[in-house]
Design a protein around this ligand. Structure first.
Ligand code: NI
Length: 390
């Protein structure tokens, strides 16, 4: 087990940065204070180049090694944004802003990558370039794409890219990862049914969208259980079911539904979209109604590449010992917009245990400062091993 000594020394400072970020959460692309603080610290550490305003409020730090092999440029990414959640932790450093909270631990991710940037600027014990990426708007699932669309990969010559997130329920000092699909593609849809409204005592004169809608909800549940192979994973959830009416004795004219589809495979994703179109169209027609499915593809599957995943797991094992690394953790059907970065470059996303805390996005959640030394050591060793000095 190799916690780098420097992080034992820096741990209190890094925890202080983390708690300051925790007390001052910001949302989406509006992470102005956070981005400014990150940029100031990177400059103070002596990072070679600090660029703000990438993809609106993203920040990039470029740290050159003692030798600078131009073929080796490694990107390491942290997310900076918080959530619209009312914090109930009662902690001394709880959110000062009502209705906003670092309920996903992005405060910890940002602080750990800052700690690693400080270390790498001090030691520069690698042959290549470390690029630290501080991303806005992960929760809105559009910050990573905004930075990529802004030319981040080409401009800084990034050749491989790594991401890390904390995970409650996994012990502190443990890492979990897997090659291939790790997190789900996250799509959303709406369904609009148009029936024929009228008097609730004369249903024969109406086309009742509520009854048709319930048939549709049931049929949609059969897509996962009957159309998808039993060993494949998928979720179809209806999250809103709202008739156009508000009365005891009126059959409404319309019905509105919303929901999400999660998949780990493009074939399964395509099949679900196709089946949903059939079900919505034919169920409506069977009862003489009209219905429209609007299906929108959201963030893609977070797919870890084989070589980089095995490398990342080796680094984690160097930090915490092989017995504390699970290299074949089951996929999760949550989504993560780091997927866009993995579609652009090879790399790997890893989870770091947050211990027995409240779950992600819960009002009692808090990033576990005990995890800091592990996360920072992982980043530092990853840069040093990916670009070994002569
Ligand atoms: Ni998160």
């Amino acid at each position: 087990m190799t916690i780098l000594n420097r992080f034992t020394e820096l741990r209190t400072d890094i925890a202080d940065w983390r708690r300051d970020l925790h007390a001052n959460p910001e949302l989406g692309f509006n992470v102005h204070r956070t981005a400014e603080l990150v940029a100031e610290k990177l400059k103070a550490f002596g990072v070679d180049e600090v660029v703000t305003g990438i993809g609106t409020t993203g920040v990039i730090g470029v740290i050159k090694g003692k030798q600078t092999n131009p073929a080796r440029v490694v990107g390491m990414r942290a997310d900076m944004d918080a959530l619209p959640v009312v914090e109930t932790t009662g902690l001394p450093y709880a959110s000062k802003i009502e209705g906003r909270m670092h309920a996903c631990g992005h405060d910890g991710h940002t602080a750990m990558l800052l700690g690693a940037a400080k270390y790498l600027s001090e030691t520069r014990d690698f042959n290549g370039t470390s690029v630290v990426i501080f991303q806005p708007a992960e929760e809105d699932a559009c910050g990573a794409r905004a930075m990529i669309d802004d030319g981040m990969m080409e401009r800084f010559g990034i050749q491989e890219v790594y991401g890390m997130h904390n995970l409650p329920g996994v012990p502190v000092g443990k890492f979990v990862i897997r090659p291939g699909p790790f997190l789900a593609a996250s799509d959303w849809f709406t369904i609009e049914i148009e029936g024929r409204g009228g008097h609730a005592a004369f249903p024969n004169a109406c086309i009742d969208p509520t009854v048709i809608g319930t048939q549709m909800v049931n049929a949609l549940q059969l897509v996962v259980s009957r159309a998808i192979a039993p060993v494949d994973s998928a979720v179809v959830s209806i999250t809103l079911f709202h008739t156009g009416g508000d009365s005891f004795n009126v059959i409404p004219q319309t019905l509105h539904m919303k929901g999400t589809v999660r998949t780990l495979d493009a074939g399964v994703q395509g099949l679900i979209e196709e089946q949903m179109n059939h079900i919505v169209d034919h169920t409506a027609k069977a009862f003489g109604a009209r219905a429209v499915l609007n299906y929108q593809r959201g963030i893609p599957v977070t797919r870890n590449t084989e070589r980089e995943t095995s490398f990342a797991a080796d680094i984690a094992a160097e930090v915490v010992g092989e017995q504390h690394v699970d290299r074949n953790w089951p996929p999760l059907l949550g989504g993560e917009d780091f997927s866009y970065m993995l579609n652009a470059r090879p790399g790997a996303f890893i989870f770091l245990g947050n211990g027995n805390t409240a779950g992600l996005h819960h009002p009692q959640f808090d990033f576990n400062d005990e995890a800091i030394s592990f996360g920072c050591s992982y980043w530092a060793r990853l840069a040093e091993r990916a670009m070994p000095a002569d």
